[in-house]
Write a protein that binds this ligand. Structure first.
Ligand code: NAI
Ligand code: MG
Length: 371
């Protein structure tokens, strides 16, 4: 028996290439693990009408953690057209497999570290080292949306006095998306952020919300966050509005350590922060629950570059580093991070996004050679 069983889901396009790169480095680290490959993505949607087949869910249930590449997804109409002829007209609808995974395994934390590694020519500024805790299961991305507006929903919404302004708008001229926040959802993401801060010797946690306008949902988050913050007197607690936060992240990114936010706001500040430290070639994420976690680069399948082995594998290598940390393999995680940092500092093996000509697997080999 090996120590770990790790599910590997390359997915589509460059997902396959960056996972190949990550495997070179993981093998060099000699982690005691068995790697079990699974099916996910567009190919399986077209062929089987399901981008996340049951066998893959079963595989994840039998493993300790998952490393995921990237998938292709397309709008409703295009997705239906590309289904195999025998699956047409069966009312199948495409669901993003990564969104489904987050829900199925209750992966409520989306952890997004953003660190400016010295020597990265794409760094916006030096000394940026912040971590974002984005709520991953509810909020504005809860998926409760209506269009056209059903009569029953309109009736229910009429309980709110503001709805009178929209009373006469025809059902097909009005769309409603909800923002659903629960006390439990707010509490557990904020708690995760504070726990991380304490364990990693970070001095502050900043809640990113908009409670002055989104008074009910934002207000609930604020209330829960203040309650949790009171349990961590050793860590400073700041509150910021999301719009102002975007300005401050551009002005003084080095001032922030741990940010915590609801799904949509977390999504926005994550991409903004990722670009401060090199963009998609560097941005990794952990989708983390109490019992399982899926680690990924945040980029997509980049069809334009598929098969060329020219994209930057560092985001995926850093995702693998996060996975090692989560598994409790702190030394191996540090070794991997230092190897990545050294390759960045040397600046010899650089992919096109860094102005270089190195291929994806060359960068992985360079990192492996430092281990
Ligand atoms: P994308 O992230 O695939 O690529 C956008 C552009 O970013 C690329 O053309 C390339 O210029 C750059 N890029 C991406 N990864 C890079 C890397 N590792 N190194 C250097 N440059 C890199 O986003 P796009 O083109 O909007 O979407 C392509 C497909 O991916 C779509 O079907 C989309 O739905 C899907 N997607 C999947 C995600 C996932 O699997 N988690 C996330 C985002 C998009
Ligand atoms: Mg995003």
């Amino acid at each position: 028996m090996t120590k770990y069983r790790i599910a590997v889901l390359p997915g589509d396009g460059i997902g396959k290439e960056v996972i190949e790169a990550a495997m070179i480095v993981l093998k060099k680290l000699r982690l005691e693990a068995e790697y079990l490959y699974g099916d996910i993505g567009w190919e399986f949607w077209c062929r089987e009408g399901n981008a996340l087949p049951e066998r893959t869910i079963k595989l994840l249930r039998e493993t300790d953690a998952c490393l995921f590449g990237a998938i292709t997804s397309k709008p409703k109409e295009d997705a239906t057209k590309e289904l195999a002829p025998e699956l047409q007209g069966k009312g199948l609808s495409y669901i993003s497999p990564i969104v489904k995974l987050r829900q199925l395994f209750d992966l409520y934390i989306n952890l997004r570290p953003c660190k400016a590694y010295p020597g990265n020519p794409l760094n916006y500024r030096e000394n940026i080292d912040l971590v974002i805790f984005r709520e991953n299961t509810e909020g504005s991305y809860a998926g409760v949306e209506f269009y056209p507006l059903p009569d029953k929903v309109r009736e229910a919404l009429m309980l709110h006095p503001k709805m009178k302004d929209f009373q006469e708008v025809p059902a097909d001229q009005i769309a409603v998306s909800t923002r659903i926040m629960t006390a439990r959802g707010c509490e557990r993401i904020v708690k995760a952020a504070f726990e991380y801060a304490r364990q990693n010797h970070r001095k502050s946690v900043t809640l990113v919300e908009k409670p002055n306008v989104l008074r009910e949902t934002g207000g609930l988050m604020l209330k829960m966050a203040r309650k949790i913050a009171a349990q961590y007197p050793d860590i400073k607690f700041f509150e910021a509005n999301v719009d102002a936060m975007c300005m401050w992240l551009v002005k003084n990114p080095q001032d922030y350590e741990v940010l915590v936010a609801e799904n949509l706001f977390g999504d926005i500040i994550s991409d903004l922060s990722a670009q401060l430290v090199g963009g998609l070639g560097f941005a990794c994420a952990g989708n983390i629950g109490d019992n399982y976690a899926v680690f990924e680069p945040t980029h997509g399948s980049a069809p334009k570059y598929t098969g060329m082995y020219k994209v930057n594998p560092i985001a995926t290598l850093l995702a693998a580093k996060m996975m090692l940390e989560w598994l409790g393999e702190k030394d191996k995680a540090n070794t991997l991070e230092q190897a990545v940092a050294e390759v960045i500092r040397e600046g010899k093996a650089r992919t096109y996004d860094l102005g270089g000509t190195a291929k994806t697997l060359e960068v992985a080999e360079a990192v492996a050679s430092k281990i």
